[in-house]
Structures are given as C-alpha cells and as structure tokens.
Design a protein around this ligand. Structure first.
Ligand code: FRU
Length: 462
C-alpha cells in the first residue's frame, strides 16, 4: 500500500501544535470543538468499554490544508471529556483525499469502524461524474484507541450512481449486518443504498431507498434506526428549494418515519435554526438513542468568525431521542448536562441553561443575547439577529402548534433552543464582541429559571 506520509506529518503537526486559548470566549464550555482547524460531521459514535466515543471529521491544518482525518474524543459520562488525537489519517491509496465520514459497530468487545476513503484520480474530472473513488473501509480495535490496518470491503456501486456515494452507517449483530450509504443518482436524485452482510467483510446490495419524486440531488450521512417498534431513515438531502417555513438552509437534515409514505411533506427536519447537519445516532448501554450533529453546514452563505482564532465549528449537545404518540421524534439534551448547572442567576450569565414555561396561547419575546431575539407568536416562532453577531445569519422561522416550554443553552459561540421538551429545536452560532449573554423577557411567562453553567472538563491525552 502506498503511504501518504507528507500529509500525515502536516496534519499531525497541526493537531499537536493546537493550543486552546483560555481568553477565547467563542470557545465553548460544554460543546465539543476541534483542538485546531476545522471540524465537521460526528463519526463513529458509540459506547465501548465504559466510554462514549465521539470521533469527528477533522482538518487540523485548515485553512492551509483541508484534508480530512478523524479526530477522537471520549468520555465516561458525557461531561468529562478526553482528547485522544487522530486515529485515522488519509494516509493510504484507499483514502488519500480524505478519511471521510463513517460509523462504529461494537461487537464482542471490539470496535469496528466503517468509513469512506475518498480518492481523487489524476486528470480532468468534475469529481461527480468521473474521477472520484469511494472506498468503504473497515478498521477494528480492541481498545477503541489503536486501530488495525485499513481493509477495503466495498468499492463498486450501481452504475446508475455518480461518484458521490459515502458515509457508511452500519448496524446489526450475530452474523446479520446492515449498511446504508448515501448517494447521488446520475439523474441528480438523492438516495440511500442498503447493503447486507453476514461477516462484515462481504456486502451485497439489498435495496435502494429513495422518494418517488426527487427530493434533493444528493443524500449524505444516512442512518437507519429503530426506536420501539418504529423504523426511521435519517438523511441529509442537498439541493431542496427553500419554502416559507421549511428548508431554509442550504442543505437539510431530517428523517422519514418509514411507516409513512416517503414524500417531501413527510420529511421532518431535525432543527429549524441556522446551523445543524450530518447528525449520527447511536444507542448507549442504558438503551437511550443519542444523536449528535455538526453545528454547521456545508457551503453556507454566512460565515464563522472563530476561524480567525485558529479553530472553527462545533458539535451539538448529545440529544436523547424519544417518541411522541404519533411517532415523531423529540430531541432533548442528555440529563447528564444538568450536572453542569452551577447556580441560579437573574441576569447576564457567561454561559447558561434557561428554562421558561408559558401558557400555550401567550405570545412572548425572549432576548437570548444582546443581538438575538426569539419571538413566539400564535403560530410562528421567529429567531432573529438584531445586530451583526450572526456573521451573516439573519432570521429563521418555523410554525408551531402551541409552545409551553422553551429551554435555551447558550455557550461561547453556540446556542441551542429546545421547544416543548424537544418537539422542535433551533441551533445557531453567534459571535458576540464581549463574553456573556444578556437575557430578557417581554410578555407574560409562567416561570423562568436561569442557570449559570460550568465548563465540562477537558483533558488532553495526546
Ligand atoms: C457531510 C460530508 C459527508 C462526507 C464528509 C466529508 O458533511 O460531506 O458526506 O463524508 O462531510 O468531510
């Protein structure tokens, strides 16, 4: 196998030189951010040998070099985190242009990681219709830290697909495994391919899952999950046209409940804010389905000012998924996060967890920070920047059927808003000029509890 040592050396150096500046108040206290450079999708989420493992798409030498490796955090309890460095570099001819997104399967005290090795071929190409290879690669580990040699387990796909096929999400056990891959069909239609295997090495195409009418030109980061009796397909469709209350970002992230027809109307967006994409779901030993997403999006028209501090992008809080009676999914921060509540305060916290309750019909405006307000009208929620701290973000709106509870978690340059215990969520980055958040209420609420939040602990184990 050809080794790409130069890139590895560059990425390793950038990662090892990373220093977290304590005066950088855009750095988050209880959200994961990259030690240096760029982070995107969460990868390989799992619970293994007493730890939660959170790998992530990591370009430590960004912006000088955008090559993607995997970074690695782990935590016993979702609030004390350890950084373990880079377990996967784009360092072979199977993945020389990016160790792209993938997932973990835990079985018999081993961790198996499946991911896409992105390879660009020499010559004139558009890298959509020609010139790109997507190798599905498997590595395994006994300790969740050191991984075996890379083996390619799948490298050819149906001929009606473009070169954009990636992001294996693998599930199953005891000789029956499923893998879903996201893809772009040649007629510019997003779809998912489901493969099955008896041994995790040999994969056979079982079915294509898509919509009847095209719903975006490409689907990234698929996830097939079962909660209770219900099955869901999560995907990130690219290229949907914006509607007044839906699909307001460049690319979307959401799910289909698979007992319903797969149509645009039945697609549920995970997050109605400015920044949320490429989430991944896993189950922990308590049986909780936990989702973590990237607080960011590919190709957004708005910017991220943290870049000038030598790092950019963040991951969402771990969100526990539960079902409503109709089978829709609620997302709510894992309860462990509540241990970071420090003390109740009345105003201007540095970072906060704020719970407001109100009567369903009551209209109210919450000031979430100096330049960000949340207006809850009878049918509509409007999240609006009133100054420049959105770095180009302006307003996002969504319809609701009555809001009684709002929980906002604000942290450095990230803000997550949960409505009615997570029936709807809005997430955004925010770049203020001074640390801390000014909060306020206009209108009548039933209760308001504001906690100052502590930082989670973060140990560097490199
Ligand atoms: C989603 C995505 C994935 C890909 C990865 C590359 O954000 O484009 O489809 O594997 O990012 O970093």
């Amino acid at each position: 196998m050809v080794k790409y040592d130069k890139t590895t050396a560059l990425l390793r150096m950038a990662d090892q030189n990373a220093r977290i500046d304590p005066s950088d108040f855009w750095r988050c206290g209880f959200h994961l951010t990259p030690p240096a450079g760029w982070l995107n999708d969460p990868n390989g989420l799992c619970r293994f040998q007493g730890y939660y493992h959170v790998f992530f798409q990591y370009a430590p030498a960004y912006p000088q070099n955008g090559q993607k490796a995997w970074g690695h955090y782990r935590s016993p309890d979702l609030i004390n985190w350890e950084y373990l460095g880079i377990p996967l570099y784009p360092d072979t001819d199977l993945d020389k242009d990016g160790a792209y997104s993938g997932s973990a399967l835990v079985e018999n005290d081993r961790m198996y990681l499946f991911y896409t090795g992105n390879v660009k071929e020499p010559g004139e190409h558009d890298f959509t219709h020609s010139g790109r290879l997507s190798n599905t690669i498997l590595v395994e580990s006994r300790d969740g830290i050191h991984f075996s040699e890379k083996r390619c387990v799948l490298d050819s796909y149906p001929s009606d697909y473009t070169c954009h096929i990636r992001d294996p999400k693998v599930s199953g056990k005891d000789g029956r495994y499923d893998m879903v891959l996201g893809g772009r069909r040649r007629e510019d239609k997003g779809a998912v391919l489901r493969y099955t295997s008896k041994d995790k090495e040999n994969w056979e195409l079982a079915e294509e899952i898509t919509t009847e009418k095209p719903f975006g030109y490409m689907w990234e980061c698929p996830d097939l999950i079962q909660i209770g009796e219900r099955h869901y397909l999560a995907v990130c469709p690219q290229g949907l046209e914006a509607e007044e209350y839906r699909f307001q970002n460049n690319h979307q992230a959401g799910y289909f409940l698979l007992t319903r027809e797969r149509t645009a109307e039945n697609f549920v967006e995970w997050d109605m804010g400015f920044d949320f994409y490429a989430p991944q779901i896993f189950m922990d030993e308590k049986g909780r389905h936990i989702m973590i997403g990237w607080i960011g999006l590919p190709d957004e028209p708005y910017g991220n000012r943290d870049e000038k501090n030598g790092w950019t992008q963040a991951l969402s809080l771990p969100r526990v998924l539960t079902q409503t009676a109709e089978g829709l999914l609620r997302q709510y921060p894992a309860e462990e996060l509540e241990q970071l509540r420090e003390k109740k305060v009345l105003q201007n916290p540095i970072r906060y967890d704020w719970i407001v309750t109100k009567e369903k019909k009551q209209t109210v405006t919450l000031r979430l920070s100096k330049e960000l307000e949340l207006k809850i009208n009878e049918q509509e929620v409007l999240l609006q920047f009133t100054g420049d701290s959105g770095a180009g973000r302006t307003a996002r709106k969504a319809l609701h059927a009555g809001i009684e509870e709002i929980r906002v978690l604000a942290d450095g340059s990230v803000l997550e808003i949960y409505f009615n215990h997570g029936e709807m969520v809005m997430t955004t980055r925010i770049y203020q000029e001074t640390p801390g958040f000014e909060v306020g209420i206009e209108g009548k609420v039933s209760s308001s509890t504001l906690y100052e939040m502590k930082k989670m602990s973060w140990t560097d184990l490199r």
